[in-house]
Design a protein around this ligand. Structure first.
Ligand code: GLN
Length: 473
């Protein structure tokens, strides 16, 4: 899609202003219902689009993303407008600098339409934890769009943006991509700089794209990845994903993790994923069962570690330096009041759990232990990847659930992350692509398939994902 739009811009079949207006119109028509956008920068978007059109009029070359409208999750610091991270405590927060990736995209001439809705500080799986209301799934308005990057997924699925960015700490790109029927990619930890995203859990967070196609994911990834001196986990980009993109299935060795195709999986999801496996075998892939010792502890490790990192990262939101301050008689009460009023229940729950896990006497028993199990799980993946090229799982165990269905019990919502979280625990790259549709309650709901690759092997993931995508055309 991006390539075609780029070609149209170059051939002057459409101008960037026209294209941008088309998307702004769609947002206006749809946002009161879907609630994908928290803020829209109409003026800024059109100004940028105009600049690109002037460049084209002068006969200058433009880059692949130049003049193309996109959206970004509201935990990316952007100097225009406010950056709320889906929280009340930041409802008036103006970022003093642009996130690294946003800076790159500004230079590349991409047209930013606005900031998308999300679970508060990216904590959630349904965007129901946003302080600004739930995002509705554009395919079935009674259902959630997934989370925490629900707005970014819904925007792309509903043609309110050509592509978008999200962050994935424990599935927050792949889950909503699966629920909304888009492509969503979580790169290897360190592939994309985290500098200038509002941190949730620093050893888990990673930025990635939502797109309509695998090719578009390659295009966006090419633009956003690379070394940043402000995030020393990043590496120099050594490959061009788009130039090396080609469908690959024959001879690819695919591992299947049995636990993700067991009884907990919705039968429709199972049927759809098993069909994909059959197709892969028929087309020359070798499919084998694999096991990762300790993988069943992924959720426990994840929630223990991320809560700990959250309690530390979110200590800065005390009403003093960022966002909303609720004044009280003394400084302690000001802290307490600002946090009490500014933060939502799920955020508080995680801060409390994390503070407990990190407290004196418990740190070694919890955080350190979890770190050890994390290493064990990583080691398990390493061993499996000596044998197979990729691992295939359903992205989610079921289709998008109904709004409100899983609100009563937070644990129930945590369990939904079962197949996405191990990827973050092991810091691996993975993609979710549409595998088909499940017929449920007379509706056709999208089902995502996840491909996990070894560290830094985004290219193999993209190439095999492309083969699968071509097979469903
Ligand atoms: N559902 C996960 C959580 O609530 C996802 C978080 C994320 O990836 N940002 O922690």
């Amino acid at each position: 899609m991006i390539k075609e739009l780029h070609q149209k811009l170059v051939e002057k079949k459409i101008s960037s202003v026209e294209l941008t207006k088309q998307y702004l119109k769609r947002i206006k028509e749809r946002n009161s219902e879907i609630n994908a956008f928290l803020s829209v920068d109409e003026k800024g978007a059109l100004e940028n689009a105009r600049k690109v059109d002037q460049k084209i009029a002068k006969g200058k070359d433009i880059g692949m993303l130049e003049g193309i409208p996109y959206a970004v999750k509201d935990n990316f610091c952007v100097t225009d407008g406010v950056t709320t991270a889906g929280s009340k405590i930041l409802e008036n927060y103006k970022a003093p600098y642009d996130n690294f990736v946003i800076g790159k995209l500004k230079k590349a001439g991409a047209v930013l339409l606005g900031k998308t809705n999300m679970d508060e500080f990216a904590m959630g799986t349904s965007t129901e934890n946003s302080a600004y209301g739930v995002v509705k799934n554009p395919i079935d308005l009674e259902r959630v769009a997934g989370g925490s990057s629900g707005g970014s997924a819904a925007a792309v699925s509903d043609e309110q943006a050509v592509w978008s960015l999200g962050s994935d700490t424990g599935g927050s790109i792949r889950c909503p991509a699966s629920f909304c029927g888009t492509v969503g990619m979580k790169p290897t930890y360190g592939r994309v700089s985290r500098s200038g995203i509002i941190a949730m859990a620093s050893s888990y967070d990673q930025i990635g794209p939502f797109t309509k196609s695998v090719e578009d994911a390659a295009i966006v990834l090419d633009e956003i990845c690379g070394k940043d001196s402000r995030d020393n986990t990043t590496i120099v980009k050594e490959i061009n994903f788009l130039n090396n993109l080609k469908p690959e299935i024959e001879g690819v060795k695919i591992g299947i993790l049995k636990e993700f195709l067991g009884e907990d999986v919705n039968p429709e999801v199972k049927r759809i994923i098993e069909n994909k496996i059959k197709w892969a075998k028929k087309n020359g892939a070798e499919v084998v069962d694999v096991e990762i010792p300790g993988i069943k502890y992924s959720l426990a490790v994840y929630y223990l570690m991320i809560c700990s990192e959250i309690s530390s990262n979110l200590a800065r939101f005390d009403g003093m330096r960022y966002g909303v301050q609720i004044k009280a008689d003394n400084i302690l009460d000001t802290y307490l009041k600002s946090r009490e009023k500014g933060l939502g229940d799920e955020v508080k729950r995680r801060i409390i759990l994390g503070t407990y896990a990190l407290s004196a006497g418990y740190k070694d028993a919890y955080y350190k232990k979890a770190q050890q199990v994390r290493d064990l799980i990583k080691g398990g993946f390493k061993k499996v990847f000596e044998e197979v090229d990729l691992i295939l799982t359903p992205t989610m165990m079921g289709p998008a659930f109904k709004i409100g269905e899983k609100c009563a019990n937070p644990l129930e919502l945590y369990l939904v992350d079962i197949s996405t979280v191990p990827v973050n625990v092991a810091m691996l790259p993975a993609i979710s692509i549409s595998a088909g549709f499940a017929s449920i309650d007379g509706k056709k709901l999208p089902i995502g398939m996840q491909l996990i690759g070894p560290w830094w092997q985004e290219q193999s993931i993209l190439n095999t994902a492309l083969a699968f995508e071509n097979s469903s055309k």
